[in-house]
Write a protein that binds this ligand. Structure first.
Ligand code: GBH
Length: 464
């Protein structure tokens, strides 16, 4: 097949960053260690019926105790950077107030291990694991949570600001807000459009307030990660075009535009108001949300084609406010084990769209990857041609966009390791490194070896 050729033909600018990403609740385990408080994901995963087979992050891949081994894997892969998240409830078990030094110490040890290994730490403050104590005070539906998030950002920066250069506030506020409060498929499992719209705004406000706090402490490589799902109407029929506009509005533009332009898209504001779920904007909020940042994190997995119409009974509830009359079409062509389509072309288009939307903002692909059913073969290896093919085709698609002026500075594969895939539990494997959950043994998949080869060539070109 053409994969070796594709890999060999891929070259990137000398200072281009290659890494892999994870998130605290998906890998750490040790949920009771060192005074950690519960988060909404502990509560949610322990509620019967919420996750696949009742899986939880209680043990996950034991990264909390195995982090040294995992940094060694990063070195084996030749990563120049590692994107991880801090668990808010390890640092502030009640979400606010009392600081748990042992929680901060874990991240200090991790960061020191990374720095000693020559791997640049990219820290995300919030990857969906709100302290349960704050949920009980309204969570992201409460305006006060934005201020608590900024306090937490300052505490983490005081502990790690001398050694971590790249800071990201939020991972995918769209998912926290809408999957958490509209479809309810994620924690806290709420299904209420008014709550969802409030969560949208308070997450973005939290991003802005935290950005100010970090800036005041001297941080100068600040970013935020958004997920993007390119939306295409199923036909030229006006109803379908409008369905795609509405979903694109809530999935993509509602998060990007306040951050880069300081305003919500007018059509989205109107859609939400019409659904009885207005954004709770107060004077001055949008200027806070639009605080300057140095880079935009882009998570890309797949594209969607949508049409207007009643949702078939077998489709899960929509995660879009007022989206009950919109249907996402099943992907054509091969799908990953998540049921997601594969579209590197849409990745190129997305990066070019972002080039046009925010011409002066450097982009960093903070997540991209795919899940497939792994098998350990007789030779003890994990041959994952689909994941390898996905990786190389998306790197190629990114490179195509860069040739056309998209200012992409880095790429982080999702994920370093197989891990707790949220509501889908351990069934879905996104790792470059396979984890045998019975023994916690790590095995590099073929995709990891191909990525390592590419990174080795990239480093040699840098040095040569
Ligand atoms: C990322 O989320 C997460 O950051 C990461 O933790 C996770 O493990 C990884 O992806 C793999 O899932 O019509 O509302 O379903 C990606 C979440 C899920 C966001 C699909 C966009 C489609 C829109 N994406 N979603 S919806």
């Amino acid at each position: 097949d053409g994969r070796p050729d594709l890999a060999a033909g891929l070259t990137f600018p000398p200072d281009f960053v290659f890494g892999a990403a994870t998130a605290a609740y998906q890998i750490e385990g040790a949920v009771d260690a060192d005074g950690r408080g519960p988060s909404i994901w502990d509560t949610f995963s322990h509620t019967p019926g919420r996750t696949f087979r009742g899986d939880t992050g209680d043990v996950a891949v034991e990264h909390y105790t195995r982090y040294r081994d995992d940094v060694a894997l990063m070195v084996e892969l030749g990563l120049s950077a590692y994107r991880f998240s801090v668990a808010w409830s390890r640092v502030l078990p009640e979400g606010a107030g009392r600081v748990e030094q042992r929680g901060l110490d874990f991240y200090r040890r991790l960061v020191d291990e990374l720095l000693a290994a020559g791997v640049d730490p990219w820290l995300t403050l919030y990857h969906w694991d709100l302290p349960q104590a704050l949920q009980e005070q309204g969570g992201w539906t409460a305006r006060d949570t934005s201020a608590r998030f900024a306090d937490y950002a300052g505490i983490v920066h005081d502990a790690l600001g001398d050694r971590v250069r790249h800071w990201s506030t939020l991972n995918e506020p769209m998912v926290s807000a809408l999957l958490g409060h509209q479809s309810g498929e994620h924690a806290p499992g709420v299904r209420n459009p008014v709550s969802a719209a409030r969560a949208v705004h308070h997450l973005l406000l939290g991003h802005g307030l935290a950005t100010q706090v970090l800036r005041d402490r001297g941080a100068d490589h600040l970013g935020v990660t958004l997920n993007f799902t390119p939306m295409t109407p199923a036909s030229d029929r006006p109803e379908d075009v409008d369905a795609a506009r509405r979903l694109d509005g809530q999935q993509n533009r509602m998060f990007l535009e306040p951050i880069v332009r300081g305003a919500y898209p007018a059509d989205v504001e109107a859609d939400l108001a019409a659904a009885g779920a207005p954004l709770p904007v107060e004077d001055g909020d949008l200027a806070v949300i639009a605080a300057p940042i140095e880079w935009l994190g882009v998570n890309y997995y797949f594209e969607q084609t949508v049409r207007a119409g009643a949702r078939p009974a077998d489709k899960p509830p929509t995660s879009f406010i007022g989206g009950e009359d919109v249907v996402d079409l099943d992907p054509t062509g091969p799908t990953t084990s998540m049921g997601w389509g594969v579209s590197p072309e849409a990745f190129t288009r997305l990066l070019l769209w972002l080039r046009d939307q925010a011409p002066d903002l450097p982009l960093v692909v903070t997540e991209n990857g795919s899940a497939w059913p792994d098998e350990i073969s007789d030779d003890g290896a994990v041959h994952d041609p689909e994941r390898t093919d996905f990786l190389l085709r998306h790197l190629d698609a990114m490179s195509t966009a860069m040739d056309q002026g998209a200012d992409v500075r880095g790429y982080f594969a999702w994920s370093l390791l197989d891990n707790f895939e949220w509501a889908r539990g351990y069934e879905q494997r996104f790792g470059l490194v396979h984890v045998d959950y019975a023994t916690q043994q790590r095995i590099l998949k073929d995709s990891a070896r191909v990525y390592a080869d590419l990174l080795r060539r990239h480093r040699q070109a840098q040095e040569g």
